[in-house]
Design a protein around this ligand. Structure first.
Ligand code: 3EB
Length: 335
């Protein structure tokens, strides 16, 4: 259901939710990681969402979410969506203003109304990219913490389980977000025993804790040959709830990768009753967020080794990260 086409190398690498090549099947959405951002639109029967995430056109790429069956599209409040029989893709954009809490709460409430109404109540993955993520809002609160307040209130009010997520900066203004949701009972959320669940972080990281799980496992959809997926959240150099190795990108990269290792260890998968074999897992759709552009070569060499970049597409994005002392954050899909 997913592939990245990288203009620079002209390769297309697939992590298809269907477990087979989706060429010719419909498309739910194209997320364009490029040189500008804008609100989502419906074009040619799919959602289009441009996000300002690259400094130059040579680094642009498109994440394409394919459909397994006929696609239905629509709009609801500030949201634009597309779904097939099994999955809903939904996107939105909130322009920058003095603060995000109220707008984020509204947007997430609309997401829950929409996913419930359309019969895709199980969120399994979300991405939130915020401009000026570490800068203060008009009342002096950091933009990311401000966003977390509204998101947490919506999750609490609607009593929803928190899925795997990425929170990172963008190079533009405003909040660009997109998410995937499935049928009732399709998602299993996973925590890392070495990390305090993000939703239980102490208040020193912000008045409301971040609302996400460390990973979400998406069960096999019935009978169409579709394979299972493990969506790994943006993962950073945090043990317990504390940032490790402030200022040392190599050590942060190492801790982030070992956090992924812990998350997908056989013992942890078993603990969460996820019946996939660690040794059979293959990574795809890896995205690595790097705060300082000069760190990218080092981070890339470490990630290429861990993920085996002959087999896996890895995109490096030079953007800020939610905690100002974090230098690198790594997400992936394992299947
Ligand atoms: C962390 O572990 C690093 O707020 O949605 C990673 C993934 C992070 C998702 C989010 C934040 C989010 O706390 C930051």
């Amino acid at each position: 259901m997913f592939h990245i086409s990288d203009r620079m190398t002209d390769t297309t690498v697939a992590s298809l939710l269907e477990g087979r090549d989706a060429a010719g099947a419909g498309v739910l959405a194209n997320v364009r990681f490029g040189t500008y951002g804008a609100g989502p639109t419906l074009a040619g029967g799919a959602v289009e969402l441009p996000i300002h995430m690259t400094h130059g056109r040579q680094h642009e790429f498109t994440e394409t979410w394919s459909a397994a069956q006929a696609v239905t599209t629509g709009r609801y409040e500030e949201l634009v969506y597309a779904h097939d029989d099994e999955r809903l893709f939904c996107a939105g954009y909130i322009p920058a203003s003095g603060g995000y809490a109220r707008d984020a709460e509204r947007a997430y409430s609309h997401i829950f109304e929409l996913t419930d109404q359309l019969g895709f109540p199980d969120l399994f993955r979300m991405w939130n990219y915020l401009g000026s993520i570490n800068d203060p809002n008009e009342s002096g609160m950091e933009t990311y913490r401000d966003f977390c307040v509204g998101r947490a209130e919506a999750f609490a009010f609607h009593g929803k389980d928190m899925p795997a997520a990425t929170g990172a900066g963008s190079l533009g203004d405003g909040l660009s977000f997109y998410l995937l949701s499935g049928r009732m009972g399709s998602a299993t959320h996973i925590e890392n025993p070495h990390q305090v669940p993000a939703y239980r972080y102490p208040v020193r990281y912000g008045p409301k804790a971040p609302s996400f799980a460390r990973a979400t496992y998406l069960a096999q959809a019935g009978g169409n040959g579709e394979s299972q997926r493990l969506f790994i959240s943006g993962t950073a150099s945090i043990i317990g709830h504390e940032t490790q190795h402030v200022g040392d990108v190599e050590a942060q990269c190492y801790v982030a990768l070992s956090n992924i290792d812990q998350l997908i260890s056989a013992a942890n998968l078993e603990r969460h009753d996820v019946r996939i074999k660690r040794d059979d897992l293959r990574f795809d759709a890896v995205k690595v967020y790097v705060r300082r552009s000069t760190d990218i070569p080092l981070v890339a060499s470490r990630c290429a080794r861990y993920f085996d970049d002959r087999e896996t597409s890895i995109a490096y994005l030079n953007v800020d990260i939610c905690r100002s002392d974090l230098l690198v954050e790594i997400e992936a899909i394992a299947s």
